[in-house]
Design a protein around this ligand. Structure first.
Ligand code: ADP
Length: 224
């Protein structure tokens, strides 16, 4: 039986995190915990958190750490994630979130942090053509649309361009990534948890690289 995993995936917007995280959650049979998807769910349901988050998200700004981490703490305290683990996508995005996450996952810790690396020119191209399902979050592109008339192949929802995939909001998110999230790469490297993976090439090729890296890391821990 495939063991679960306690995994964080970092990477710029458009690096393919969402696509890979869905695949990895199926491979390791653990929940895909995406803070972006959870926040979009709150916006759609018009909860107090969703109402506060919406304008920040549309502009490409970050949601305050306490708000996001409360949501993550609740999700990672549930039985499924505490049991087999999780694929955490979109969090942490700041060092403060990383520190808080350490407390949340204590005493088990994380198995590995993947940094999915893709050149900026390529992510800009991918984001401009990205389309998503409003209901289940499945990703498409103008080059690889759903089979029928912008209707999601997975759930039948409407497939659209995200509100925050405008040029300004994309630029702001990439700037914030460099300023706030990239420092986590050295932070996790110091903790011997970070593995960088080339995120270019076909989705299958990238998944194979990530699974290979996770399995190697597990063997390393087992030998120590
Ligand atoms: P992307 O990686 O393309 O920015 P996400 O779906 O991960 O997309 O996130 C969408 C938006 O949700 C972010 O721009 C931000 O406003 C908010 N968000 C998601 N995760 C976090 C987080 N961990 N901390 C703060 N804001 C977050």
């Amino acid at each position: 039986m495939i063991p679960g995993v306690r995994l964080v995936v970092l990477g710029k917007q458009g690096a393919g995190k969402g696509t890979q995280c869905v695949r990895l959650s199926h491979h390791y049979v653990v929940p895909h915990v995406s803070t972006g998807d959870m926040l979009r769910g709150e916006v759609k349901s018009k909860t107090p958190l969703g109402v506060r988050a919406q304008s920040l998200m549309d502009k490409g700004e970050l949601i305050p750490d306490e708000m996001v981490m409360e949501m993550v703490r609740a999700r990672l305290s549930e039985r499924d994630t505490r049991g087999r683990g999780f694929v955490l996508d979109g969090c942490p995005r700041t060092i403060a979130q990383g520190k808080e996450l350490d407390g949340i996952v204590h005493p088990f810790g994380l198995d590995i942090v993947i940094d999915l690396r893709v050149p900026t020119e390529l992510v800009m191209k991918r984001l401009a053509s990205r389309r998503v399902c409003v209901d289940c979050g499945a990703n498409y592109s103008t080059a690889a649309p759903p089979m029928v008339n912008w209707t999601c192949d997975v759930c039948g929802g409407e497939v659209v361009q995200r509100e925050d995939d405008t040029e300004e909001a994309i630029q702001r998110r990439l700037d914030l990534y460099e300023a706030e999230t990239a420092p986590l790469i050295s932070w996790y490297t110091e903790r011997d948890l970070l593995v960088s993976i080339n995120g270019t090439g076909s989705p299958d090729a990238v998944t194979r690289r990530v699974v290979g890296a996770i399995d190697t890391q597990r063997q390393k821990f087992r030998q120590e």
